[in-house]
Design a binder for this molecule. Structure first.
Ligand code: JF5
Length: 311
């Protein structure tokens, strides 16, 4: 039986390929420093807290050379640059340090620049919010500080996190992972002055139908969701292609050793070695789960099964 840990060798090989390629990119960039003017390693904001280590890719210009691991994801950039506009830059410390996100930053595949909105605040108190016209509870984020923060980022794709946005989906993350630099604006209070949204935001998205204190958790969700799609970030590229939502069904239950734990056995079919039977079982599990837990996904899936013309 193959070890469920056997894929680490493949991961090491993939990492070696990417790192070899990155050294070549760095070399090429050092020799031709002006090829990527405007996409430089410094943020247009100048002194923002950037995740980029000294050793990372020279100019921050994506798609300079073909990426050898990019055969599975043709067209995906080799570096994603994200600006985050937030009142709480310290919120992002550990999450950007830990796990594969931290690795991606170390390896120059991801660059996150934190823009401290407080610095754009009004007056000696650096005020960012004011009472809503028309009255009512709570405060509204003022237009001026946000517009000032966004001014050098007009050429990026500007996304506002708020419960009033369209719900974030895998399709949205796919689109952003394949696109250019992103700016994530973290809303707070009761909301943002609508004039900012109407004239300086490309897209407003929500994590779901619940309210948080601010958009920071959503920004982190987007960073994670996008970074795992970049070639070479997740060891086995197949695992990013076959998981939930790609084909509209939830995933089947998973088991690993031991075959019996606390008297609880693994479903017998998974030990049978009959791969056709296992595939049928897995599909049935996925369909059952989706039907029970996600009637919305099930309706779309069933309509697709009946043939797109049957609708
Ligand atoms: C926020 C105004 C932003 O609560 C959220 C949120 C929920 N799903 N997705 C985002 O964002 C914080 C609150 C009020 C703007």
């Amino acid at each position: 039986m193959p070890s469920p840990h056997g894929s680490t060798v493949a991961l090491d090989a993939a990492l070696a390929t990417v790192n070899a390629w990155l050294s070549r990119v760095r070399g090429a960039l050092a020799r031709a420093p002006n090829r990527c003017r405007g996409a430089g390693s410094s943020s247009p904001h100048g002194e923002v807290a950037s995740s980029r280590p000294e050793s990372a890719v020279g100019s921050g210009c994506a798609n300079v050379l073909p990426n050898p691991l990019n055969t599975l994801r043709p067209g995906y950039p080799v570096l994603v640059q994200v600006h985050v506009i937030t009142m709480f830059p310290e919120f992002f410390g550990s999450p950007l340090d830990a796990s594969l996100v931290g690795k991606a930053i170390e390896r120059g595949l991801l660059d996150v620049a934190l823009v401290d909105l407080r610095e754009m605040g009004r007056g000696v108190h650096r005020q960012l919010d004011d009472a809503p016209f028309g009255g009512g509870a709570g405060m509204v984020m003022m237009a001026q500080p946000l517009i000032e923060a966004l001014a050098p980022l007009e050429s990026t794709h500007r996304v506002l996190l708020s419960p009033a946005g369209a719900q974030l989906t895998q399709a949205t993350l796919d689109r952003w992972a394949a696109g250019g630099p992103l700016t994530l604006i973290c809303g707070r209070y009761e909301g943002v002055d609508q004039r900012v949204i109407d004239h300086h935001i490309d897209e407003e998205v929500s994590l779901g139908d619940y309210v948080l204190l601010g958009g920071e958790v959503g920004a982190l969700a987007i960073i994670e969701g996008v970074v795992r799609l970049l070639p070479g970030v997740v060891g086995n590229p197949e695992s990013t292609l076959t998981e939930s939502f790609r084909d509209g069904l939830l995933e089947e239950p998973q088991y690993t050793r031991p075959a019996e734990f606390d008297g609880l056995p693994v479903p017998e079919v998974l030990l049978s070695g009959d791969h056709a039977k296992i595939a049928r079982w897995r599909l049935e599990q996925r369909r059952e789960r989706t039907r029970e837990r996600r009637p919305d996904l099930w309706r779309d899936y069933a309509a697709e099964q009946d043939g797109p013309d049957a609708r």
